[in-house]
Design a protein around this ligand. Structure first.
Ligand SMILES: Cc1ncc(COP(=O)(O)O)c(C=O)c1O
Length: 391
C-alpha cells in the first residue's frame, strides 16, 4: 500500500536534471569519463577571503545558533553596497533586502505570497523551468509569452499586451541576461517592462543572476529604472557571479511592503541561514572588480572551445551571448535535441542540455555550459571526430 499523493505532486514532473544527472552518475560509476557540459555549476573557487571567513567564523562558539530571518545587518549592508557599486541602485539595507537560500527558493516564496489559484502568470516561452513549475504548484494559470528569435530573444510586447487584454495577469517573470538564450539586458527593455507593469498592474519579478558573467556592458538592475520599485522585485544570487552555487545564497530586493509580505510567508517555512555562510558571503560581496574580471577571462577562454564544439556539430549560435552558457540551433540533419543529447551521452560520454527543458520553443536547440575546464571542452571536441574511438 502507498498513501496517495497530493494532486500537485501528480501534476509536476521531477526536474529534468534531477533525473538526467542520475544517468550521468551511473555512467561514471560504470567507469566512463563523462564530460558534463550540461549544467551551470561553476567549477571555479569563491575568492580566498570568502573561504577563509567561512572557516574562521565556523570556529566561533556563537556562530552555530539560529540567525535572524532577515539575515545579519552586515550581510544586508553588503548587498546594499554591492547594488550601489554594481548597478548604481540605492537600497535600504533594513527594509528592502531579504536574504534567500538561493534565488530558486525565492521563486516559490514570491508565488506563495502573491498568487491565488487561477491567477494568471506570464512566463517566457523559453526560460528557467522553475517559473512555470512553481506557478503550476500553486494552482496559477501559466501563460507563456513569446520571445522573438529575430528580435534577439526580447519579449514580444505587442503579443504580451494582447495576452493581458484577453485575461489579466498578476505576475510576469523576466530574466535578462536571459537564460537559456544568453540575450543581454538593455535599459530600453527594462524601461518597456516597467511601463508594461504599470499599464497592466502586473507585478514584475526580475531574476538577475547572470549580470556579472561575460557581460559585454555595465551590468543593469531592473530596479535602476524610474518607477520600478512600485511594480517590480528583483532576485539576485551569488551562485553564478561569485562561484558559490552550493552555498545557497541569494536575496530579494524590493520596496518594503513587498519584502514584508514575502517575509511573512518565508518565516513560516525556514529559519534563517548559517552564520559562517552569511559572514563569508558578506566578504564575497566586496570582491574587487578585478576578481570578477579574472573569472570572466577564464570563461572567455572557454568560449572558443565551445564554439569549436558547436561548429563540429554544425550548430549555429549568436556570439553576443552573456551568462555562462551558449545557446545554439541544431542543423536540419539532426532529428531532435533529445536524440542528439542522448546519442552524445551514450556514444561520446559528453552531456549537454536539450533546449526543450526550457520550454516547447527549445525543441531544436541545445545549451552548452562554460563551467568546464577548457582542456575538457577540447577533449569533447576531439570525441566528436569520426576517427576518434568513443571513450
Ligand atoms: C535564470 C536562473 N534563475 C535562478 C537560478 C537559480 O539560482 P540559485 O542557485 O540562486 O537558486 C538559476 C540557476 O540555474 C537560473 O539559471
Amino acid at each position: 500500500m502507498i498513501i496517495p499523493l497530493a494532486h500537485r505532486a501528480g501534476q509536476t514532473q521531477e526536474y529534468y536534471f534531477s533525473v538526467k544527472l542520475a544517468e550521468v552518475r551511473q555512467l561514471i560509476a560504470a567507469g566512463h569519463d563523462v564530460i558534463n557540459m550540461g549544467i551551470g555549476n561553476p567549477d571555479m573557487m569563491p575568492s580566498a577571503e570568502t573561504i577563509d571567513t567561512l572557516a574562521q567564523v565556523a570556529q566561533r562558539p556563537d556562530a552555530h545558533g539560529y540567525q535572524p530571518y532577515k539575515g545579519t545587518p552586515a550581510f544586508r549592508q553588503a548587498v546594499a553596497g554591492f547594488y550601489k557599486h554594481t548597478y548604481g541602485v540605492s537600497l535600504d539595507p533594513d527594509t528592502e533586502i531579504l536574504p534567500l537560500i538561493g534565488s530558486k527558493e525565492g521563486i516559490t516564496h514570491i508565488s506563495l505570497t502573491f498568487l491565488n489559484e487561477g491567477d494568471g502568470v506570464l512566463v517566457p516561452e523559453l526560460g528557467y523551468p522553475a517559473y512555470r513549475a512553481v506557478s503550476k504548484l500553486v494552482g496559477a494559470n501559466v501563460r507563456e509569452y513569446p520571445l522573438g528569435e529575430n528580435n534577439g530573444w526580447q519579449p514580444d510586447w505587442a503579443a504580451l499586451s494582447e495576452l493581458v487584454q484577453q485575461a489579466p495577469a498578476k505576475i510576469m517573470w523576466l530574466n535578462y541576461p536571459h537564460m537559456p538564450t544568453g540575450a543581454p539586458a538593455t535599459k530600453a527593455l527594462f524601461e518597456q517592462a516597467v511601463r508594461f507593469a504599470h499599464d497592466h498592474k502586473v507585478l514584475l519579478c526580475h531574476d538577475n543572476p547572470y549580470s556579472l558573467v561575460l557581460n559585454k556592458q555595465a551590468p543593469i538592475s531592473l530596479l535602476s529604472i524610474d518607477g520600478a520599485k512600485e511594480v517590480a522585485m528583483e532576485l539576485n544570487s551569488m551562485s553564478k557571479s561569485h562561484n558559490m552555487a552550493g552555498w545557497r545564497v541569494g536575496w530579494l530586493s524590493a520596496a518594503k511592503p513587498y519584502i514584508d509580505a514575502v517575509l511573512t510567508i518565508k518565516s513560516n517555512v525556514d529559519s534563517g541561514m548559517f552564520r559562517p555562510l552569511l559572514d563569508a558571503a558578506t566578504v564575497a560581496l566586496n570582491n574587487p572588480d578585478s576578481w570578477h574580471a579574472e573569472r570572466n577571462a577564464v570563461y572567455a577562454g572557454r568560449l572558443s572551445a565551445v564554439y569549436a564544439f558547436l561548429d563540429t556539430l554544425g550548430c549555429t549560435y549568436a556570439t553576443n551571448q552573456e551568462g555562462m552558457f551558449i545557446w545554439a540551433k541544431l542543423p536540419d540533419s539532426v532529428p531532435s535535441a533529445e536524440e542528439l543529447v542522448n546519442r552524445l551521452l551514450i556514444e561520446k560520454h559528453v552531456f549537454i542540455a536539450p533546449g526543450f527543458i526550457f520550454g516547447p520553443k527549445g525543441q531544436r536547440y541545445i545549451r552548452v555550459s562554460l563551467c568546464v575546464d577548457e582542456s575538457r571542452i577540447r577533449e569533447a571536441v576531439a570525441r566528436l571526430s569520426p576517427t576518434e574511438t568513443p571513450a
